[in-house]
Write a protein that binds this ligand. Structure first.
Ligand code: PEP
Length: 254
């Protein structure tokens, strides 16, 4: 089944508002010819740049995403941002459960699930990240870990809701390290993820997009995206430079 490719850039804690607007202005100019194709392009700047980036991209096909979202609508949650605050901007996507949030901010499968529900309720498209550490891979626990993250993170999500969810497989050992999973390694886990989604919601699994993330660059994107269960990429470092990000988009649309 043909699934629409999605290339999403996770800028992490990089770019001031001014730098962010400059970057998307370049993307907007150069990505025009690509927008007619079957590829979704998304940028996820830090919260402080979301308004500026959203304004700069208004009227284009490039989507805007947040890097996190809180599950409550409002209240005493210092430092947090709610779904309504994001949709007001407007933002269309939210990354949930990135491994850096799991590693440095105690994100758990339970909080991933709460954030996912909040995103879906607000009509945002969640990009839910899963992936194993190097130690877990080397001890043969990749599938156990990914299965646990999927079961907890997607608990209670219906088949209909799952239609709106994007998943991202991001092996922690490949994020920001320059060490990419081989296309075969990535495909194996993507196929496993799709089987697990099928076990819980059935045929919808064939329509769920599963992105790969972990040192994706213009030079390795084609080979990765040629795998049958890879439906796009979540790109960190290479999304910070227009030429690199455009190179990945071009590889996806070639
Ligand atoms: C990420 O942060 O989601 C990521 C995949 O980073 P990088 O592309 O830099 O490995």
């Amino acid at each position: 089944m043909a699934r629409r490719i999605c290339i999403a850039g996770n800028w992490k804690m990089n770019k001031t508002r001014e730098e962010a607007v400059a970057l998307v202005s370049e993307l907007k100019e150069k990505v025009g010819h690509i927008q007619a194709t079957d590829t979704d392009v998304v940028v996820c700047p830090p919260f402080t740049a979301l308004w500026g980036v959203s304004e700069a991209l208004a009227g284009t096909a490039i989507g805007v995403g947040a890097q996190n979202i809180h599950w409550e609508e409002s209240g005493a949650f210092t430092g947090e941002i709610s779904a309504d605050m994001l949709t007001e901007i407007p933002v269309q996507y939210a990354i949930i459960g990135h491994s850096e949030r799991r590693q440095y901010f105690n994100e758990s499968d339970d909080t991933v699930n709460k954030r996912l529900n909040a995103a879906l309720k607000a009509g945002l498209t969640p990009i839910v990240c899963v992936g194993e550490t190097l130690e877990q891979r080397e001890s043969g626990d990749t599938e156990t870990v990914v299965d646990r993250q999927l079961s907890g993170g997607l608990a209670g999500i219906s088949a209909k809701q799952m239609e709106s969810v994007i998943l991202a497989y991001e092996p922690v050992w490949a994020i920001g390290t320059g060490r990419t999973a081989t296309p075969q390694q990535a495909q194996e886990v993507h196929a496993f993820i799709r089987r697990k989604v099928a076990d819980s919601v059935g045929d919808v699994s064939q329509r769920v997009r599963i992105l790969y993330g972990g040192s994706v660059k213009p030079g390795n994107a084609s080979e990765l995206l040629a795998q049958p269960d890879l439906d796009g990429a979540l790109v960190g470092g290479a999304s910070l430079k227009a030429d690199d990000f455009l190179g990945i988009i071009e590889a996806a649309t070639a």
